[in-house]
Design a protein around this ligand. Structure first.
Ligand SMILES: [Zn+2]
Ligand SMILES: [Zn+2]
Length: 70
């Protein structure tokens, strides 16, 4: 199983909302379980992610990480 957002990364984890597989970098703690980037952004679990969706989500995540680490 590979991360939905990083096709080159293997992971055993997944989003508890939409069920997509995701690596630890792409999961955020939620009140129940953990949510992937798409769910954190409020995308519908039923909506298939396009390649450009994935690019945008990963780019947004990188920006957030850089902001946090300064
Ligand atoms: Zn990932
Ligand atoms: Zn999800």
């Amino acid at each position: 199983m590979t991360c939905t957002f990083h096709p080159d990364r293997e992971t055993l984890l997944g989003c508890t909302r939409c069920g997509r597989s995701a690596c630890p970098d792409c999961l955020r703690d939620a009140p129940v379980g953990q949510h992937c980037l798409a769910c954190v952004r409020g995308l519908s679990p039923e909506q298939p992610l396009t390649a450009s969706d994935v690019r945008l989500l990963v780019a947004g995540q990188r920006r957030a990480q850089r902001a946090r680490t300064g």
